[in-house]
Design a protein around this ligand. Sequence first.
Ligand code: ZN
Length: 443
Amino acid sequence: MLYEPEIETLPWSEQRRHDDPLYREQIRYLFAQSRFFCEKLKASGFETPESVGGLDEIGNLPLTEKDELRRSRSEADPIGSHLAAPLDDVVRIFSTSGTTGIPSYIPLTAGDLDNWIRTSCRSYGASGLVPRQRIVTTYNAGPFVAGAALDAFPRLGLCHIPVGTGNTERLLAAIKLLKPQVMACTPSYALHLAEIGQARGLNLQDSSFERIMVAGEPGGGEPAMREKLEDAWNAQVTEAMGIGDISVSLWGECEEQQGMHFSGRGFVHFELIDPDTGEQVPISNGARGELVLTHLRHRGAPLLRFRTRDHVVIWTEPCRCGRTAPRVRCIGRTDDMLIVRGVNVFPSAIREVVNRFAPAVGGVVSVRPSAKGVKQSPPLKVVVELAEDAAPSDDLRNRIENDIRATLVVTTAVHLVPPGTLPRSEYKSKLLDFSEAKEALGD
Ligand SMILES: [Zn+2]
């Protein structure tokens, strides 16, 4: 379903012409309302909104790191100095599920919230949701930005059945009794649930599900993981990706399953950068880089050139669904990246190679660095669960190690373990496990 066809099918080449005046207005707003960006831009030599110019010149502006926003928070300024709207105009404050000290708050005005819901409607509409379907969700979304995505379901005319996280029995009962056509969850949980169902002898392939929409972590786009989920549930799997500080469900995959379309047209501008140099990477078919996002008409706490730390590959060639916005797939997060003898490697990329060995392997993988921090010396330990009934063999282990080396140029030590050995998660999987790490390596 095209939720806003006139926007979603507009030729992509015309998008900048629409966005440029919005961007200039957003810059004027930031100079007038955002202490954080007013100071930051002036410190970089931009004294006035006019000196900043338009979207063609955005690459000249400084990037914004999450840590800078964090440092701008204090007890007197709990949201941070990037708060740009009077609190009286803020209708919702989300928190991020961050792991460090002071929570990070994300304030939205009524207009901001509506734009987020429209973005989510486009994103979930792309994944094939249609009115009157029932959708069961397993996110504990209350305090978190995913809550705004859930607001999209009634607007799309769906019946939403929230069961929350951590209650597999309630979920299985809802599936059995209410027969939802759609489930939304993390890919780890979809996999975990399939294992539970199979262990109990439930016939998941005959469940009412037509589609499973995954989000919250990379994985749902990895071909082997997707195939496994689709086989287990006999349902189409599509993924979505949001960025808490910018927008929920900013990217949503269509039924062609060739990556997630950009769904924030007119609300957000995206760029790709080289994560090492910070230089812009031209948007072209197959380009790779870190996503950098800029609000175009945000009021609560708009951000300029925000580094997402998500590394993506982008496709710009036309999609058969008719949506003209480019598509991405997340390759991994900077926060998870390891450097093994000078080579950058994402744990999710290792999992993707390992899962090519299905059905011998079960799909659950744990990367166990031996040193604290990013730098590692080879071989990198990788624990791989075997599938039910598969026997460990040196041959399989060698083939996996060779395939990882050939694909990712990284030497690993693969340990094959029986199914069910690694911990399961009802939320995000712990693909990278530092519990065996000793001292950090020196330079
Ligand atoms: Zn499409």
